[in-house]
Write a protein that binds this ligand. Structure first.
Ligand code: C2E
Ligand code: CA
Ligand code: CA
Length: 579
C-alpha cells in the first residue's frame, strides 16, 4: 500500500449516513441523540459507543460521515484521543465535544486534525446539526487541498513530492521484507511532435490515456506519478530480482504502445523506460538519479528501449563524469593538439589546405580522439572555449605555413559542433584568431554538418552569415549523409561541399554516378566540391574522373601533427599529370 492513502475528491462521503457518537456519559449521549433527531429526523443514523476502543472497532468496520468525540473516555483522555481516532479513520471529520469551555484544548484538538470543537453546555440542536455539516464540508475541502498538493492536476497521478514520499516508505518497508523496490522512469517518444502538430488539447488526451494505461499496468498499491511533461514514474515494491522488474517494464511498454485515437487520428505511442532497483540502504534521491540515468541511456540507444541501471551503466557514467571533470581543466590548460590532414587539389595534386582535427593530450591516457570527449564537451558547454582555442591554434599554424610557402598559403579547415553554430560570438572569435595570426580571413574555412544546420536552421544561418561577413569560408561537411534540401543549400552562404565518405567512388558499386551528380550539384550552386575518405588508388582514379575540385583521405595523407608535415613537399600526381 502507498504510505499515504489520500482519497481522491471523487470518493465523497455523501453516501455514508452514519454519525458516530463516542461518549461514555449516558446522559450526554441521550442529549446529543435528541438534538440530532430534532434537526434531521432521518437523514443520518446515529451510532453510539462509549469507549475509544469500541470507536476504533466500529470505524474499522464501518466508515462514518462524522465522529462526535468526547475527550474524557474511560480508556483515553485529552487531545490524544483525536489522534487515535484519526489513525483509524483518516478520512472522517471529527467534532470534539467537551464539558469545559477551554480555548487551549479546542486549539490543540484542531491542531490534531479535528474539524470543530463544541462545548456540551452551550449546545442546541441547530448548532450541532450545522457543526456536523460544516465539519463534513471542511474535511472534504481539506482532502481536496491535500490531494491537489500531491497530485498532478491533468492526470490525477501522484506528483514528484508524493512519489518521493512513497519511494522513501517503500524503501523502508523493503528493510523488513528483504525484497527490493523498482523505480521506473517512463518517457513517451516523440510526444513533443504530437503536441506541436495536433495542439495541446490532443497532447493532453495522450497524456491522460498514458496515465490510465500506466495505472492499469501495475498493481493498485504501486505509485504511478507524472513528473512533468511526458515523463512518468512508477514505484513497485516487493521485487525479488531484475528479471521481475524487466517483465513489468516490458508490460508497461506493451500497454503504452496500444493505439490511442485522438482527434480522429490513431497514435501508437512508444515509450523509453529506465529502471533502477533499490533496497533499504539506498537513498531515494540516489535511486531517482539512477533511474533517470538509465532512461537517458535508453533514449540514447534508440526509441522504445528499456534500460536497467547496472554496474556497466554505472561505470560508463563514472567514466563520463571523470571526463567531464578532467575536460574543463584540460580546456583551461589548453592540453590539446591539432593534427592536420591534407586537402589536395584534384587537378594538380598539390596540397591546398589542411583540415584541423583536435586531439586531447591526456596526461595518463595519451592522445584521445574526438569521439572520446566531444560529446561531453558539447553537453557541458566547454566546446565553446575549446573551439576558440582550435581557431587560434589553426590560424597560427596557417600563418607558419604561409611564411614557409608564401606562393601557396595553404588554408586551414576547422570543424564546428552544432552547439557552436548557436553561439552569436563565434564570428568574433574567428575574426580575433585570424587577426592575431595575421593571416587573410579566407585562409580559415569552417566545416559544418547538414545535421547541425537542420537542427535549428535560422539561428545557424545567422551565425554562418556573420562568419561570411568576416571573410571566413564555409564548407558543408558530410554532405549526402543528412537531409538538407537544395533550397536550403541555396539559401546558405556556402563555399565548399564535402561529399560524405559513404559516396566515395571507385569500388564499382555505382557510387561514381552519385558522386559525379553531387559534384555537378555543387558546381551549379557555385561551390567547390571535395570528396573525402579516399583510401585506395582505385578510389583516387575514380575521384579524378568525377570533375571534383579537391579530395581528402588516408591515401592522400593521414592526419598528423604539424611537426610531421612538410608544407613544401610536392603533391600527388593530379588529373593534369594524366592528361
Ligand atoms: P570529420 O569532420 O568527419 O573528420 C574526418 C574524420 O575522418 C577524422 O577523424 C579523420 O581522421 C577521419 N578520416 C580522414 N580520412 C579518412 C579516410 O580516408 N578514411 C576513414 N575511414 N577516415 C578518415 P577524427 O580525427 O577522429 O575526427 C572525428 C570527428 O571529430 C571529425 O569528423 C569532426 O566531426 C570532429 N572534430 C575533429 N576535430 C574537431 C574540432 O576541432 N572541433 C569540433 N567541433 N569537432 C572536431
Ligand atoms: Ca466523558
Ligand atoms: Ca570535417
Amino acid at each position: 500500500m502507498p504510505s499515504r492513502s489520500i482519497a481522491s475528491p471523487a470518493s465523497s462521503l455523501e453516501h455514508l449516513r452514519t454519525v458516530l457518537l463516542v461518549e461514555d456519559n449516558a446522559g450526554d449521549a441521550l442529549l446529543v441523540r435528541q438534538m440530532l433527531g430534532e434537526a434531521w429526523v432521518s437523514s443520518f443514523e446515529l451510532v453510539h459507543v462509549d469507549s475509544l476502543h469500541r470507536a476504533q472497532e466500529h470505524l474499522s468496520a464501518h466508515p462514518a460521515s462524522c465522529v462526535l468525540l468526547d475527550l474524557g473516555l474511560p480508556d483515553a483522555t485529552g487531545v490524544d484521543v483525536v489522534a487515535r481516532v484519526r489513525e483509524r479513520a483518516p478520512e472522517t471529520p471529527i467534532i470534539v465535544l467537551t464539558g469545559l469551555d477551554d480555548e487551549e484544548l479546542a486549539l490543540e484538538a484542531l491542531q490534531q486534525g479535528a474539524q470543530d470543537y463544541l462545548t456540551k453546555n452551550h449546545l442546541d440542536s441547530r448548532l450541532l446539526a450545522r457543526a456536523v455539516r460544516y465539519a463534513m464540508e471542511r474535511k472534504k475541502l481539506e482532502q481536496e487541498i491535500a490531494f491537489q498538493a500531491l497530485h498532478d492536476p491533468l492526470t490525477g497521478l501522484a506528483n514528484r513530492p508524493l512519489l518521493l514520499e512513497d519511494l522513501a516508505s517503500a524503501l523502508r518497508r523493503s528493510r523488513r521484507s528483504g525484497q527490493r523496490v523498482a523505480l521506473f522512469f517512463v518517457d513517451l517518444d516523440r510526444f513533443k511532435s504530437i503536441n506541436d502538430t495536433y495542439g495541446h488539447a490532443a497532447g493532453d488526451l495522450v497524456l491522460s490515456a498514458t496515465a490510465r494505461r500506466l495505472r492499469d499496468a501495475v498493481r493498485p498499491g504501486d505509485t504511478v506519478a507524472r513528473l512533468g511533461g511526458d515523463e512518468f514514474a512508477i514505484v513497485c515494491d516487493g521485487i525479488p530480482d531484475e528479471a521481475v522488474a524487466a517483465t513489468i517494464a516490458a508490460r508497461v511498454g506493451e500497454c503504452l504502445s496500444q493505439p490511442v485515437t485522438v482527434a480522429g487520428r490513431r497514435f501508437s505511442p512508444r515509450a523509453s523506460v529506465g529502471i533502477a532497483l533499490g533496497s533499504a540502504a539506498v537513498d531515494p534521491d540516489a535511486l531517482l538519479r539512477d533511474a533517470d540515468a538509465a532512461l537517458y541511456r535508453a533514449k540514447e540507444l534508440g526509441r522504445g528501449r528499456v534500460e536497467m541501471y547496472d554496474e556497466q551503466l554505472r561505470r560508463r557514467l563514472h567514466e563520463t563524469k571523470r571526463i567531464e571533470a578532467e575536460l574543463s581543466d584540460a580546456v583551461r590548460d589548453e592540453s590539446f593538439v591539432l593534427h592536420y590532414q591534407p586537402q589536395v587539389d584534384v587537378a594538380s595534386g598539390a596540397v591546398v589546405g589542411y583540415e584541423a582535427l583536435v586531439r586531447w593530450a591526456h596526461p595518463e591516457r595519451g592522445l584521445l580522439a574526438p569521439a572520446e570527449f566531444l560529446a561531453v564537451a558539447e553537453d557541458d558547454g566547454c566546446i565553446h572555449a575549446l573551439g576558440t582555442w582550435v581557431f587560434r591554434e589553426a590560424c597560427a599554424q596557417a600563418a607558419r605555413w604561409s611564411a614557409a610557402v608564401p606562393e601557396r598559403r595553404p588554408h586551414v579547415a576547422v570543424n564546428l559542433s552544432p552547439a557552436q553554430l548557436h553561439d552569436r560570438s563565434l564570428a568574433a572569435a574567428a575574426e580575433a584568431a585570424v587577426r592575431a595570426a595575421g593571416v587573410a580571413p579566407s585562409s580559415l574555412c569552417v566545416e559544418v554538418t547538414e545535421a547541425a544546420l537542420a537542427s535549428d536552421g535560422d539561428a545557424a544561418a545567422d551565425v554562418l552569415a556573420s562568419l561570411k561577413d568576416v571573410g571566413v569560408r564555409v564548407a558543408i561537411d558530410h554532405f549526402g549523409a543528412g537531409y538538407s534540401s537544395i533550397a536550403q543549400l541555396r539559401r546558405l552562404p556556402l563555399d565548399v561541399l564535402k561529399v560524405d565518405r559513404s559516396f566515395v567512388p571507385g569500388d564499382g558499386n555505382g557510387a561514381e554516378r552519385v558522386a559525379a551528380a553531387v559534384v555537378d550539384l555543387a558546381h551549379s550552386l557555385h561551390m567547390r566540391a571535395l570528396i573525402e575518405g579516399v583510401e585506395t588508388d582505385a578510389q583516387w582514379d575514380a575521384v579524378r574522373a568525377t570533375g571534383c575540385d579537391e579530395a581528402q583521405g588516408f591515401l592522400l595523407g593521414r592526419p598528423a601533427p604539424a611537426s610531421a608535415i612538410d608544407p613544401a613537399a610536392p603533391g600527388r600526381r593530379g588529373r593534369r599529370a594524366d592528361a
